[in-house]
Design a protein around this ligand. Structure first.
Ligand code: UDP
Ligand code: MG
Length: 311
């Protein structure tokens, strides 16, 4: 088997057949064997039913893993990588925003350029609003400053690995999976190629601003302990300010003869220090929470059905 296409699907009933057909088109007479590994991430529509039909049609080898509930795209990628048997392994979305033809180009690059182990696609033209793209840029700037891993801005999960890279990714059994960070962390020479995302074939995106924001926080907490250091700095800063203020109050009393400073100052300081403390406890809590979740050693997903290629 030369190539495995790992395809996470969450409520993609309207897309999976079109996706399979696009793959057949893109890879007909490519001259090598390939398989599609569909991961049904606990879809609540007819995705699984439609996937089973595709598998029975046997137009190309299809594997299906179906989760017991929605575990998220990151878990779906993990399950797909575990089952992929190809020498090259591609991650691609089921909604046809990422064209299978590009995967064929990626395979060509890996064949022709042995110095690269990964080919990753990044979006060259984005159709999103200014506000969102501002936030995305700020996120990449921030995480690249805070963390030891380097994330390529705009690089998507749309990529093709050599088998050894995928095997290393599967070795990382962390519960909170932030793929962009994981891909950067395992290293290897990566070639970035531009692509233009197409419109979704059917259905709608599962992302909104709030989810993206939480995803960004996930990335920062997961790949850096800088926020913890930040709370030490804030603590140090307020301690120094408090000491200076104390000296000032004593001087006022001794040299200017002003007694007891205002009530407002006290209230403001109590609120300010209280909120700084809560903020820092929150930061620590994020890390403690992650340690807690990881210490439970739960599996990354639960597969309800696991169907290999139909003979
Ligand atoms: N997806 C998934 N589990 C989820 C959310 C999404 O497997 O919980 C899959 C989805 O079916 C699609 C891919 O991840 O194949 C990308 O999702 P989406 O198109 O919503 O994201 P976008 O392209 O808007 O970034
Ligand atoms: Mg999409």
């Amino acid at each position: 088997m030369k190539l495995s296409l790992v395809v996470p699907c969450y409520n993609e009933a309207g897309n999976v057949a079109a996706f399979r057909d696009a793959v057949l088109d893109a890879f007909h007479n490519c001259g090598y064997n390939y398989e599609i590994v569909f991961v049904d991430d606990g879809s609540r529509d007819a995705t699984l039913h439609n996937l089973k039909k595709l598998r029975e049609e046997k137009k190309c080898p299809v594997k299906i893993v179906s989760f017991s509930r929605n575990f998220g795209k990151e878990s779906a990628i993990y399950a797909g990588l575990e089952r992929a048997e190809g020498e090259y392994i591609s991650l691609i979305d089921a909604d046809l925003q990422q064209r299978p033809e590009i995967v064929r180009d990626m395979v060509q690059i890996l064949d022709d350029e042995p110095e690269f182990d990964v080919v990753a696609a990044y979006q060259d033209r984005r159709s999103e609003g200014k506000v969102l793209s501002f936030f995305k840029r700020s996120f990449y700037n921030l995480i690249n400053k805070l963390s030891k891993v380097r994330l390529q801005s705009d690089a998507s999960d749309f990529r093709t690995f050599r088998r050894s890279v995928a095997e290393n990714i599967v070795q990382l059994g962390e519960y909170h999976r932030f793929s962009k960070g994981i891909f950067a962390w395992v290293g290897y020479e990566t070639k970035f190629i531009p692509y233009t995302a197409c419109e979704r074939h059917s259905g709608s995106t599962k992302w909104n601003f709030w989810k993206l924001f939480n995803y960004a926080v996930e990335g920062i907490i997961g790949y850096s302990t800088a926020p913890l250091r930040f709370s030490i700095y804030v603590g140090g800063l307020t301690a120094v300010s408090a000491a200076l203020y104390l000296i000032w109050v004593i001087c006022e009393k001794l040299f200017l003869g002003i007694d007891i400073p205002g009530y407002a100052t006290i209230i403001v300081l109590i609120l300010l220090l209280g909120s700084i403390q809560l903020f820092c406890i929150g930061i620590i809590g994020e890390y403690v929470g992650r340690t807690f979740e990881q210490s439970k050693k739960r599996p990354i997903y639960i597969a309800k059905e696991d169907l290999g290629i139909e003979e």
